[in-house]
Structures are given as C-alpha cells and as structure tokens.
Design a protein around this ligand. Structure first.
Ligand SMILES: NC(=O)c1ccc[n+]([C@@H]2O[C@H](COP(=O)([O-])OP(=O)(O)OC[C@H]3O[C@@H](n4cnc5c(N)ncnc54)[C@H](OP(=O)(O)O)[C@@H]3O)[C@@H](O)[C@H]2O)c1
Length: 236
C-alpha cells in the first residue's frame, strides 16, 4: 500500500479495509513522473504461473487493479496471462515488476525490461523497480540511470527502487539529480520505518509497503482488533 506525497487524508479515508473489494473503487496516488498508482495491490509471491494467472483474474473481479510481480518470483508469465485474460482494459490496470542484481547497469536495466515485457506478454510495464540495492555490488546507481532512460523513452510509466535506505537514496540523488517515483519497503504497524518514510516523503517519493499485515500477531493485536471493531471491519 503506497503512502506519500499524494496521499491525502481524504484518499486514506476511502481505502477499503475489508477482505473483499468488490464494487469498490480503489483510490490512486499520483507519482512524480505523471503516472498514478492504485493504493492497494495484489502481491504475487510465491505463486507459480498458473496460480498467479488465476489469482489475478479473481482479484480483478473483486476490484483489484494493481499487481506486483518480479523477475525473482518466476511468475511474470502467469501475472501477464491473468492481466491479458481478465477482461479489463490494460490501461485500467497497473503492473509492477522488479529486476535482479545481475542487471545493475544502464544496458542491463534495458535488457531486464525487455525480458520482463516478453515474459509478461504485455506491451508496457507501469512500474519497474530495482529489487534490492545490493550495496556489496555497488552498481545500483547505474541501474537507476538505466531506469531513467526507460522512463524517458516511454518504455515504463514510472520507475522505482525497493528496499532502499535513505543512504542509498541519497547516493541516487547526488549522482543523478533524480529520484524514483516509488520506494517499496517492508513496512507494517510494527515496523513503521519512520526515517525512511519521512525521507521518501520529503523528496516526493511514494513509499509502498510490502507485507503490510504479515507481522506476527498483528491481526490479533488488541489495538488492531479494537480499531477494526470500532470501524466494523476485519482486522486485516
Ligand atoms: N520488494 C520486496 O523485496 C518484496 C519482498 C517480499 C514481498 N514483496 C511483495 O509483497 C507481497 C506481500 O505483501 P502483501 O501485500 O501480499 O501483504 P502481506 O502483509 O504479506 O499479507 C499477505 C498475507 O496476509 C494474510 N491476509 C491477507 N488478507 C487477509 C485477510 N483478509 N484476513 C486475514 N489474513 C489475510 C494472508 O496470510 P495467510 O496466507 O497466512 O493466510 C496473506 O498471505 C508479495 O507477494 C510481493 O508481491 C516484495
């Protein structure tokens, strides 16, 4: 679930909180480079291709419009199949994928994009992320330069990072003068990572959470269950 520069309290108030999103319109958050991201998305790890295709189709029926996959999940073919088969026009859907460390170069990012487009069977990717900074390798700035090229020629609508800390983001800014649209990080009520979220927000980067409700015990936490009860929602 993204939070950040574009998330107004009004938008947050309208985020559906029940397990079913049927007939609900999911709000979007504007991104720096002009795209908009639906605030709730379906994560597809660790589904296989067949499971992913079925999950995407079922999720679309229930109102989801945003799907998150990665080269590393080995299910881009299934996610793309689901997107193509679901009956909703492609331009109403938002597809994110991510590439691995071996593609951390300008040319590598383009090769990763090409390979993902082919596996997905889609003509474009909405959001392409550097999956991890892999600071031991030290080439994530080159990967980001590659993303900037893909953005400039329209191959992707938005670019992003994943699991980047403020120090990694600072290096991107100092060496390229640019920031990503999105930084996807593990975030939950138990791990709010306030410093990262604030650092992203200050620069207009939308923070997107992976595993927002997976924290051990979260869905039985008395604070959460009390709020859920007050709102007439499930804890999830
Ligand atoms: N960028 C990265 O490095 C990275 C890393 C990891 C994951 N991810 C992405 O993040 C995704 C995982 O995050 P997520 O958005 O799926 O959220 P999540 O916080 O992992 O929640 C998913 C889990 O919550 C439980 N759940 C979901 N809805 C529920 C409900 N209505 N009632 C009770 N329990 C419910 C389910 O647990 P049970 O299955 O136990 O029922 C489900 O597996 C992955 O699929 C992947 O796309 C990214």
């Amino acid at each position: 679930m993204p939070t950040g520069q574009g998330s107004s309290s009004e938008a947050r108030d309208r985020v559906p909180c029940t397990g079913s999103l049927t007939d609900m319109s999911i709000p979007t958050v504007p991104l720096l480079h002009g795209a908009s991201i639906p605030v709730i998305g379906l994560g597809t790890y660790p589904l296989n291709n067949d499971e992913a295709a079925a999950a995407v189709r079922a999720a679309v029926e229930r109102g989801y419009r945003h799907f998150d996959t990665a080269e590393n999940y080995r299910n881009e073919r299934g996610v793309g199949q689901g997107v193509r088969d679901c009956g909703v026009p492609r331009d109403e859907l938002f597809v994110t994928t991510k590439f691995n460390r071996e593609w951390h170069s300008v040319d590598g990012a383009r090769k990763a994009w090409q390979a993902s487009v082919e596996r997905l069977g889609l003509d474009h990717i909405d959001l392409l992320l550097i999956h991890w900074p892999n600071p031991d390798q030290g080439t994530y700035v080159d990967a980001f330069r590659g993303l900037l090229e893909l953005l400039a020629d329209g191959s992707v609508r938005a670019i992003g990072t994943s699991n980047f800390k403020p120090s990694h983001m600072a290096r991107l800014v100092s060496e390229t003068g640019e920031v990503p649209d999105v930084n996807q990080i593990q975030l939950s009520p138990y791990t709010p990572r306030t410093a990262s979220v604030e650092d992203n927000r200050r620069q207009g980067i939308v923070t997107e959470s992976w595993s927002p409700i997976k924290a051990e015990g979260l869905l039985h936490d008395p604070v959460v269950t009390r709020i859920a009860e007050d709102l007439g929602r499930t804890a999830a």
